[in-house]
Design a protein. Structure first.
Length: 254
């Protein structure tokens, strides 16, 4: 990475943001757990910063980060974008657990809802049954719902599963917020949608058991992948299909 090249290319942007960006890139490149960063060109680093800046957002490395698959926005970043465009927005994005009591209705274009948390200090990942987002601003009032089955389908389209496995609640919140933004505010989220979709592959078989996907995602070497294939081939059609997809992912990362 040529630090001066990036600084020069981003001279017209907020220099405090640029300095923080470069500082993080240096840490990323020197992190042995992030080998993908070494393969990214200066032109790509410059382009990524500009892509995020186009939405008046900045890489803060908390809510907007760089993954091996591409730039990732969490649900807070999506909320921040909404508030930049519609600062009067009231946004509630939350998860419903199996012991909770959640009800809503629409009356005269108004959304009325209640969510009673039965046991807020003992919320387990496996007890998630719904995710919802309610957005109210001058464009109207909108509610978006996803069931646990819907969330799993979205999870299976992820190019890698390690972030879902580590941060399930946060990824569920991101998924429902992203869904709401696409459905009701697609005109202002086009760029973010396009960038974030690089982390997903709609060709992934959603009928593949999540256990198998996680096992396959954990393999990062073609030799090991071939051994795994020979040991398990023929289990079912989707199993072999996803192995082929993972093979291409590993090739592309080299």
């Amino acid at each position: 990475m040529n630090k001066q090249t990036i600084i020069t290319a981003l001279k017209d942007f907020n220099q405090e943001d640029v300095t923080k960006y470069i500082s993080y890139l240096e840490k990323l490149i020197n992190d042995p757990k992030m080998p993908f960063a070494l393969k990214i060109s200066d032109e790509k680093f410059i382009s990524m910063f500009k892509q995020v800046a186009n939405d008046w957002l900045v890489f803060d490395w908390v809510h907007i980060t760089l993954q091996s698959t591409w730039i990732s926005f969490d649900y807070v970043a999506l909320k921040n974008k909404m508030l930049l465009v519609y600062p009067e927005s009231i946004i509630d994005v939350n998860l419903v657990f199996k012991w909770d009591d959640f009800n809503f209705k629409k009356e005269n274009w108004k959304i009325i809802y209640s969510h009673n948390f039965a046991n807020p200090f003992n919320q387990k990942d496996e007890d998630i049954i719904w995710a919802y987002t309610i957005i109210k601003n001058k464009r109207g009032e909108f509610i978006t719902l996803l069931s646990s089955d819907d969330l799993i389908k979205h999870r299976k389209t992820a190019k890698t599963d390690y972030i879902w496995k580590q941060w399930l609640k946060e990824m569920c919140l991101k998924t429902i917020m992203k869904k709401a933004c696409k459905l009701h505010f697609g005109d202002i989220f086009t760029n973010i949608e396009e960038i974030d979709n690089e982390n997903y592959d709609l060709e992934n078989p959603i009928d593949l058991d999540l256990k198998w996907k996680q096992e396959i995602d954990s393999i990062n070497d073609l030799k090991w992948l071939l051994e795994y294939y020979n040991k398990n081939k023929g289990k079912w059609k989707d199993f072999d299909k996803y192995l082929s997809i993972r093979k291409q992912q590993i090739i592309n990362q080299k």
